[in-house]
Ligand binder design. Structure first.
Ligand code: COA
Ligand code: MG
Length: 291
């Protein structure tokens, strides 16, 4: 699975933005046909995606497509228009249960087979942004091995439970935690919510760091200015990498000497601390750092 520290939404009816996105060196680009696109521009968005996937050079960036929700009545046409151009993955918004995941997976598998592409060559991520989705997380996570990630949709979720958004986001704590928990349990990625204030990059950085500290593996973004801040926040710092290396090296030596627990810099290190250090090194490697 590719690292997705930042996933940039691009309203796909806007060709200029598609080209801009392709130049940003962002981990993941999500060409949107859903809420970023007006109803009378859906068809332009579909056509732009089909053509951009064939002609635009996206560099190292992953190319995802967010279709409309299954309840909208537009999803089938969205899939029909984009799947044959082989996106790297599909994002389904506003899912409520596993049946919807199954429905989309069947359509993707059929197109893969018809084109002779490998089964699973098109990834799937789902937006968890309704109360039903949170309640049905376990079934959603286990219905199809194509699923690679859960994405938390804060604004839709807050609206659907009648919550008022706050800076501390305590009204979202249960749902955000549930997303991280299920992603970890089923070996999926977890993408945190969008920061809406385009000017406030320090606020974005703080929220990205708090998401990373909760266990999210990446964050959705909406503007080119947000790429670097978020990709950095989800890359372990040089100090964190250095310390993790020391923990792992020391652990090997102590294991040889028959000690499971030991002290490093005045703090106890045992198996879970070593595991956390190994995870930091893994994340650093996934972000392209030489460790
Ligand atoms: N993807 C790619 N390029 C983008 C972009 C995005 N999400 N957002 C802005 N840009 C480009 C603009 O086209 C502009 O390019 P240019 O200099 O070549 O003209 C440049 O970045 C600067 O943009 P700016 O003028 O600051 O923003 P804007 O007023 O054009 O757009 C938004 C503001 C919010 C409309 C825009 O950022 C956007 O569409 N974001 C995504 C919205 C979305 O997808 N929502 C649904 C998911 S939550
Ligand atoms: Mg949404």
């Amino acid at each position: 699975m590719p690292a997705r520290r930042a996933m940039l939404y691009v309203p796909a009816d806007d060709e200029r933005k598609i080209h801009k996105a392709a130049s940003l060196d962002v981990d993941s680009i999500c060409l949107d046909i859903e809420d970023g696109v007006a109803v009378n521009r859906k068809s332009a968005a579909r056509q732009n995606i089909a053509s951009a996937l064939k002609t635009v050079h996206f560099g190292r960036s992953e190319r995802l497509v967010r279709i409309n929700s299954l309840g909208s009545g537009l999803a089938e046409e969205d899939l029909h228009a984009v799947l044959n151009a082989h996106p790297d993955g599909i994002v389904i918004p506003k899912i409520e249960g596993a049946d919807e995941v199954k429905w989309v997976c069947q359509r993707i598998a059929a197109v893969e087979q018809a084109n002779g592409w490998g089964h699973g060559s098109i990834a799937l991520l789902v937006l968890i942004e309704t109360p039903q989705a949170v309640l049905n997380l376990r079934e959603i996570c286990t219905i199809d091995a194509r699923l690679q990630g859960l994405i938390f949709g804060a604004e839709d979720f807050a609206g659907s439970i009648g919550a008022v958004r706050s800076l501390a986001a305590t009204e979202l704590l249960y749902a955000r935690s549930a997303v991280v928990l299920h992603a970890a349990a089923f070996n999926l990625q977890a993408m945190d919510m969008v920061w809406l204030d385009l000017q406030d990059l320090e606020g974005l950085r703080q929220e990205a760091l708090s998401g990373a500290a909760m266990g999210f593996t990446g964050k959705q973004i909406i503007h080119p200015n947000q790429v670097q801040v978020v990709q950095e926040a989800f890359t372990p710092s040089a100090e964190a990498i250095e310390f993790a290396k020391r923990v792992v090296e020391a652990a090997e030596a102590y294991q040889q000497a028959g000690k499971g627990a030991f002290a490093l810099n005045g703090k106890m290190v045992d198996a879970p601390v070593i595991k956390a250090a190994e995870r930091i090194l893994e994340r650093a490697r996934a972000a392209g750092k030489a460790v």
